[in-house]
Design a protein. Structure first.
Length: 665
């Protein structure tokens, strides 16, 4: 209630003040509006000496302003610069070299041409407008034919121009004066140009009644003085005069003197009751605002409630930010840390704000370079990027996301890292376990392959003991050496396959390498009388993660052998296609039913008994192919066999190679 009485009191007080002002305004016999047209600039000692010595400055006028009488421009500029004490002389020949300054239209072309000149503040503006014939003289349909000054509009702007829904076909003239002459000669419908120039040239041509100004205001061009860069003193004096002068009043006074046109601010009759008008407008605005405030009084309370909700939401976000176990940091676009959550702060345990993220993590050169590339990629593309780096014998999965403002510009970056050391170790252990299962399956065949050279060695040892012929003994030694080499190769292949993977990049000849992998399965192949056919037109060198490829091939071959009965056919086709090569493993086995074809790469999915498989073989194959940036496809018909096609790049990119090397233990 007290607040309401206070509002009523202030309203009554305000109405009383307005009433008194209106009464004073109405009862006053005389009313004068005075304007301070100019103020004398405060010149320093150097500028005063310049004025004393120079006394008069010569000003050249650009050809674009030729429609203004020289006497008009001189009168206007004399009024502007009179407070400085300088006299103004407008040169008749605008190209005279002894000009101290030049009056020009300040556009991009003039600034580009006058790179050694400096421009003052604008003295006045030229406005671009459209002049058209009377409505009854314009065509009812089709485009209006007109003229404009050359380079005044681009082709796209010309095509977009229209008047009352009618387009325009514009030809170009060298100047505003030439445009008026063309319009008069060809009886064109419209003229586009600076309204001051067009108006003057229409009067000069005697056709001012034929065209009317639409006051379209297509553009506004500033008219400035230019001074050479070396004459900073004159530039300072001119600029001070322009800033201190009331240019609108001075222009109006000059127009009234030369053309009989009074400026709006100096027409005494129009502003006879200006105080009354201002009071009424002010009162109307006040009451409008007051009643608007009263009708929307709840807006402030609602806004306050929304601000409180926003603050609470911000606190919740900060709590979430600090509560997650991920290592999170807010970065600027250059990678400088702005903020980080508690988990990350506890991990680095040092002062981090204001430092680059690579310095905070104390990364080596190669991981630091990869993080910088991620930051750059995220900022350029506007999408998130990820990588894995090794830090303090741990593996971090790093993700960087852009944070954009309302306009879509990236202002910050979100750095998020997770320690995936345990997961990677589990994956590698699972891979190793799968290898051991495969080694167990190969054991019988490998044992048989090793017994053959051992039997040969035993026989030729007997020969060495019983035979005394040196030639026979030498032949026996050669056979024993070959048998030892054969057994050693089998053992090497088995050890290479079974060792813990380090994902090293290596270079191999693909046909030769596949032969060595198949040799591990010779025992099983012979036992089931399976024929092996390798189709490869040419052997070629491939750079890849060799052990991953071995695991892929071994799993596919083992699955093919398991799927076939005796006297089956195993076909391995290798082909090079541009920068990729594919390996097809085909069998004549039982095939895969169509309804489970989409599930075969899922972990722990198997059609074998629990003693024959764990369902991880094809899952590991799929993951290893993805890590090598490859693709695997399968086609199968029940009872007719299955074909797996693995496509891989021939060469691994260097950054991927570095990533694989950094990810190993």
């Amino acid at each position: 209630m007290k607040a309401r009485k206070k509002e009523v009191f202030f309203i009554c007080l305000f109405l009383a003040v307005i009433f008194l002002m209106l009464f004073y305004s109405i009862t006053s016999e005389t009313f004068h509006v005075s304007f301070k047209a100019d103020q004398k600039p405060e010149l320093n000692e150097r500028e005063l000496v310049f004025v004393e010595q120079k006394k008069q400055i010569n000003i050249a006028v650009d050809e674009e302003l030729g429609f203004f009488p020289d006497t008009f421009l001189k009168e206007f500029m004399s009024r502007v610069f009179e407070p400085s004490g300088l006299e103004i002389k407008v040169l008749e020949n605008s190209r005279e070299e002894d000009a101290d300054a030049a009056l020009v239209v300040a556009n991009e072309d003039s600034r580009a041409k006058s790179s050694d000149m400096i421009f003052t503040a604008a003295l006045f503006q030229l406005t671009g407008s459209l002049f058209v014939k009377a409505e009854d003289e314009l065509p009812e349909t089709g485009s209006l034919k007109g003229v404009c000054v050359k380079d005044q509009f681009t082709k796209e702007e010309k095509r977009s121009l229209s008047y009352n829904g009618q387009g325009m076909q514009l030809e170009e003239a060298a100047s505003a004066q030439e445009a008026v002459k063309i319009a008069k000669k060809k009886h064109l419908d419209c003229i586009l140009g600076e309204q001051e120039a067009i108006t003057g040239y229409l009067k000069e041509a005697g056709i001012q009644n034929r065209y009317q100004n639409t006051y379209a205001d297509f553009y506004k061009s500033n008219v400035c003085l230019t001074v050479h860069q070396s004459n900073q003193t004159l530039y300072s004096i001119l600029n001070q005069c322009i800033h201190e002068a009331d240019l609108q009043i001075l222009m109006g006074q000059t127009q009234e003197q030369w053309f009989g046109i009074a400026d709006s601010l100096v027409q005494k009759e129009r502003y006879k009751d200006v105080t009354t008008l201002l009071i009424i407008v002010f009162a109307a605005v006040f009451f409008t605002f007051f009643f608007y405030y009263q009708s929307n009084k709840n807006l402030y309370n609602e806004l306050t409630a929304r601000m409180n909700q926003l603050t609470a939401s911000k606190k919740e976000m900060q709590t979430t930010f600090n509560g997650v176990s991920y290592y999170m940091a807010e970065l600027d676009p250059n990678g400088i840390v702005i903020d980080m959550n508690k988990a990350f702060l506890g991990y680095v345990r040092n002062e981090s704000i204001g430092k680059h993220i690579t310095e905070v993590l104390e990364l080596a050169e190669n991981p630091a370079l990869r993080i910088r590339e991620l930051l750059k990629k995220t900022e350029q593309t506007g999408y998130g990027a990820s990588d894995e780096i090794t830090l303090k014998r741990n593996i971090l999965e790093v993700n960087i996301f852009p944070i954009s403002n309302i306009k879509g510009k990236i202002e910050k970056l979100l750095f998020m890292a997770e320690d995936v050391t345990g997961e990677r170790m589990a994956e590698r252990q699972m891979l190793q376990d799968n290898k051991m299962i495969a080694v167990g399956q190969l054991a019988a065949g490998v044992a048989h392959e090793i017994r053959n050279p051992l039997g040969i060695i035993r026989n030729y040892c007997y020969v060495l003991k019983t035979m005394k012929d040196e030639e026979t003994q030498a032949q026996a030694v050669q056979v024993i050496e070959k048998s030892v080499d054969a057994a050693g190769n089998i053992i090497d292949n088995l050890l290479n396959f079974s060792r813990i993977s380090k994902k090293m990049i290596g270079s191999v000849y693909i046909r030769e390498h596949i032969d060595s992998v198949i040799s591990l399965n010779k025992g099983l192949l012979k036992k089931k009388q399976i024929t092996v056919s390798i189709q490869c037109e040419e052997d070629f060198e491939v750079e890849m993660a060799v052990e991953s490829f071995d695991m892929i091939l071994m799993n596919l071959i083992t699955n093919a052998i398991d799927a076939m009965e005796e006297e089956g056919q195993l076909t391995i086709a290798i082909c090079k296609e541009g920068e990729e090569f594919y390996t097809e493993v085909s069998d004549t086995g039982t095939g895969i039913e169509e309804d489970i074809l989409d599930d075969i790469f899922n972990p722990f999915f198997t059609t074998k008994s629990s003693t024959q498989g764990n369902g991880l073989g094809l899952y590991i194959v799929y993951n290893e192919v993805q890590k090598m940036n490859g693709e695997i496809k399968v086609s199968s018909r029940s009872g007719q066999g299955t074909t797996f096609k693995v496509t891989l790049p021939i060469q691994v990119r260097m950054e991927e190679k570095g990533k694989n090397e950094q990810g190993k233990f």
